[in-house]
Design a protein around this ligand. Structure first.
Ligand code: G3I
Length: 369
């Protein structure tokens, strides 16, 4: 009887829920519902890490059990001047997680984007090698035994699966990826090491990621997992490619994680998360259609897509160790500012008032049905 009442309450919530719907206090939260399946993560902004966002703080503590710094542990922030490290926010995140019995994922040791300005312009192999080695050694060793894992290398692949041309690839060669894992393994023997990228559920890029993972292992270097970022589009979520990828990566004997999940609802003329990419006609006003709220049809599409995704994740819960959302609520999402600044986007489970959206209840339902 009690179970029936609970199901009815949830059904009513999903059917009638709007952005202002209050969460049912006694309902189990995301981390509780999926406790036996995988951890549930979120990305925190610098303000959130600093405790300046009380509403986010209370939501994060209820709903999530693993945290990633959205930006604060990238090299431009950790080593703003060459040889001078700033661990203030990284340390704060680790302490916040410790106090709340949560895990931390380091994001990210080596990425060609958000490099400190002095590193972007490096032209000598010697300088790049020194920065590369010192950054990995200093940062990875500082957080060993304090965090669960590192995204050791982020976004090293082109869409066709070849190695992307970056300052690291050009001056250190394609092997830089393996070298990054080798250095991380030495500096952080007790930390899991991951490769993280977007669109690596797509066949050509996936084949490149599989090659990369094999190369790392054939060199005798440890890699523990792969992060499929999960920046997808509502109404166009590539479920078959995602399932194929989960199976293919898991068959390599490594952990599979969804690491930056969000579902774009606004018009876009390309997919993925290439930060340098821009819309073809940025002045077109139809590119920002939902400034005064999300239409029911789109809200329903978003909820249906999230439910399908979580049903798939549950089907493969033996292979998936973590699902992390890229942000706490819609207001924080990077998708409000990219690939066009100033848009109103709705890609997450919590709205701008930190209230659960219909998609949230559908995700919870995915576990029940
Ligand atoms: O640091 C400056 C600050 O000094 C300045 O006052 C402020 C003014 O806008 O900008 C700050 O930099 C911003 C930075 O985030 C830190 O807040 C950049 O403009 C902004 O472009 C940058 O965006 C981040 C983006 O990575 C950069 O590549 C997003 O917040 C972050 O969500 C996004 O995350 C990436 C993952 O790391 C990797 N995968 C793709 C994902 C989405 O792009």
């Amino acid at each position: 009887m009690q179970k029936k009442l609970k199901t009815l309450t949830l059904a009513l919530l999903v059917a009638g829920c709007t952005g202002s719907q209050k969460p049912a206090i006694d309902e189990p939260t995301l981390k509780e519902v999926f406790n036996d399946d995988f951890t549930i993560g979120t990305a925190l902004s610098a303000d959130q890490i600093e405790g300046k966002d009380a509403a986010a703080d209370s939501l994060v503590r209820k709903q999530f059990n693993v945290l990633t710094a959205e930006n604060s542990m990238k090299s431009m922030f950790l080593q703003p001047e060459w040889g001078k490290f700033d661990f203030a926010l990284g340390d704060k995140l680790v302490e916040y997680a410790r106090q709340n019995n949560m895990q931390v994922i380091g994001h990210t040791l080596i990425w060609h984007s958000q490099l400190p300005s002095y590193a972007q312009g490096m032209t000598s192999k010697d300088s790049v090698q020194t920065f590369f080695r010192d950054h990995i050694q200093t940062v990875a060793s500082r957080y060993d035994q304090k965090i669960l894992g590192w995204d050791v290398v982020n976004e090293a692949l082109n869409e066709d699966g070849t190695i992307r041309s970056t300052v690291f690839q050009r001056l250190l060669g394609d092997d830089y990826v393996t070298e990054a894992f080798r250095l991380a393994q030495q500096a952080a023997p007790d930390t899991e090491l991951y490769y993280n990228d977007y669109n690596i559920e797509q066949p050509a890029k996936r084949a490149g990621a599989v090659r990369l993972i094999r190369q790392i292992r054939e060199a005798g270097v440890r890699i523990d997992g792969v992060g499929i970022q999960g920046h997808w589009h509502a109404g166009k979520v590539p479920l078959k490619d995602i399932e194929d990828s989960i199976l293919e990566y898991a068959a390599l004997g490594i952990k599979v994680m969804i690491t930056e999940l969000d579902l774009e609802v606004l018009p876009r003329d390309f997919t993925g998360a290439e930060i340098s990419q821009r819309m073809k006609d940025p002045a077109d006003p139809s590119l920002n259609p939902y400034t005064s709220g999300l239409p029911d049809s789109v809200q329903t599409q978003l909820a249906t897509d999230y439910e399908a995704l979580f049903k798939l994740f549950l089907k493969h819960k033996d292979k998936i160790s973590r699902v992390t959302f890229w942000g706490v609520n819609d207001g924080q999402s990077w998708l409000n500012g990219w690939p066009l600044p100033g848009r109103t986007n709705y890609p997450l489970l919590f709205d701008r008032e930190y209230q659960p959206k219909p998609a949230y209840y559908k995700v919870i339902d995915a576990k029940k049905n």
